[in-house]
Design a binder for this molecule. Sequence first.
Ligand SMILES: NC(=O)c1ccc[n+]([C@@H]2O[C@H](COP(=O)([O-])OP(=O)(O)OC[C@H]3O[C@@H](n4cnc5c(N)ncnc54)[C@H](OP(=O)(O)O)[C@@H]3O)[C@@H](O)[C@H]2O)c1
Length: 295
Amino acid sequence: MYLKNYCLITGASEGFGRALAIECAGRKMNLILVALPGPELFYLANFIERNYKVEVIVFEKDLTKEEECTMLYKEVCERNYNINILINNAGLGNTQLFSEGSISFYEQQLKLNVVATTLLTRLFLDMLRNNAPAYILNVGSLCSFFYLAKKQVYGATKSFIYFFSKSLRRELQNENIHVSVICPGSMNTNTSVILLNKKSSWLSQLAVMNPEKVAPIAIDGLLKRKEVIIPGSVNKFFLVLNKLIPASLKKIITNNQMKLLNAVPPRFQPAMTEALLPVSIPVNKPLPVIINQIC
Ligand SMILES: NC(=O)c1ccc[n+]([C@@H]2O[C@H](COP(=O)([O-])OP(=O)(O)OC[C@H]3O[C@@H](n4cnc5c(N)ncnc54)[C@H](OP(=O)(O)O)[C@@H]3O)[C@@H](O)[C@H]2O)c1
């Protein structure tokens, strides 16, 4: 019996996951969309089915719970859905001093960013093998490459994603399963982030991208089997610059960054994602500090 292939996207109800879903639908891929319970996922599924004529299946799961990751896999198997593309996008960001975060918040962040990505990849691996050529796209961050105050745990989870993806790619390359990692800088993914991005300095704003612009770059890179996908020329430029800056200068940058961040009013501190760091720093700052803000 011929079975259709599906692309499974986690964290698909909004932000980058939503943009990825629409991009994949535009390429006529059938979709399995996963997010926390809520109406947005169903609105999106309806919108995609009406406009793109592909099949969209929705699963409401809390991926911070190991048993829900396993249930997702079991339900996909029971309903005979065949996955040939797995996109691990769901992720939880933050900007705060380590001592300001609660243990339960860090636990959730580690579970979603690290454990769920690992579990889902392991659970779906045999299915991907059976459907080769198959693809895994893990969503990292430009943060993977920098040591950033107030992003200690988030940055470390994204470094995990980066190293995990690159290592797994080496293991799976002979099995026709292609692993890519995308490392975006700031994206205008949800209302609070968009508002904060608007207040950031002009140079920080240059690096900000819309998820709808990043999504085609992500899927092109994945299908072209690129190992690491860095969207946007400003982000690429800062990565090159980071390689050129000597360690001693980076130490000065980090110290400056801490001084500036300590002067930030708390109202700028609670929210999500990379976008927050640029917002929270005064505009007249030395170039090295700007470099560190952009990721
Ligand atoms: N935004 C940026 O500037 C930026 C930059 C670099 C990398 N990234 C990465 O890109 C990815 C997406 O970020 P985003 O900014 O688009 O995030 P977002 O707008 O906050 O969307 C997060 C998505 O993940 C889902 N989600 C959250 N917790 C979940 C859970 N426990 N179980 C299942 N799904 C859950 C949300 O579902 P609900 O809607 O149901 O809550 C939503 O669909 C993340 O991995 C992030 O680290 C973002």
